[in-house]
Design a protein around this ligand. Sequence first.
Ligand SMILES: CC(C)(COP(=O)(O)OP(=O)(O)OC[C@H]1O[C@@H](n2cnc3c(N)ncnc32)[C@H](O)[C@@H]1OP(=O)(O)O)[C@@H](O)C(=O)NCCC(=O)NCCS
Length: 145
Amino acid sequence: MTLAVREATREDIPSLCALENECFSLPWSEESFGEFFDNDCSRVLVAEADGRICGYVGMYLILGEGEITNLAVSGEYRRCGVATALLDRLASLDGVERLLLDVRVSNTAARALYEKCGFKVDGLRRGFYSKPREDGLLMSREIEK
Ligand SMILES: CC(C)(COP(=O)(O)OP(=O)(O)OC[C@H]1O[C@@H](n2cnc3c(N)ncnc32)[C@H](O)[C@@H]1OP(=O)(O)O)[C@@H](O)C(=O)NCCC(=O)NCCS
């Protein structure tokens, strides 16, 4: 598999929606992505495997703090290092001093990924998620460059 990570463009929105629909119970719509791309603080990266989009990550970058909004990898491409490559590239972007995110407590795959990538648990947000209602863990990673 040849993996490449690049910045996303609006033309990628249909592929991003397909990933959202595959991976989340409350997927972002095309309209949500349109508003996300409109925001000067947003950054979106996509991973392509053999020329096909197989994963993506999005964040808001404000005053050095990158808040990850979404991270998803298509089922057939998981456990191949795609999410790790996306997070590494995100961390290397100009101006990123710290990354933070929320993750469902039951999401053992994502929690294992974040821990392996150097994120630490900062706190618990009770009832943070819906569909199904669930607590969220707040995690962060300091970026040294
Ligand atoms: C979580 C997710 C993004 C991981 O993507 P991925 O590309 O498979 O992750 P990587 O291949 O980079 O995994 C890196 C490490 O994370 C851990 N990890 C990833 N998936 C795991 C799983 N299902 N079970 C246990 N550990 C896992 C492992 O330590 C793995 O290293 P290894 O494969 O050498 O053991 C992917 O499973 C996904 O899209 N899930 C659905 C959407 C989601 O939950 N997004 C996160 C929302 S906060």
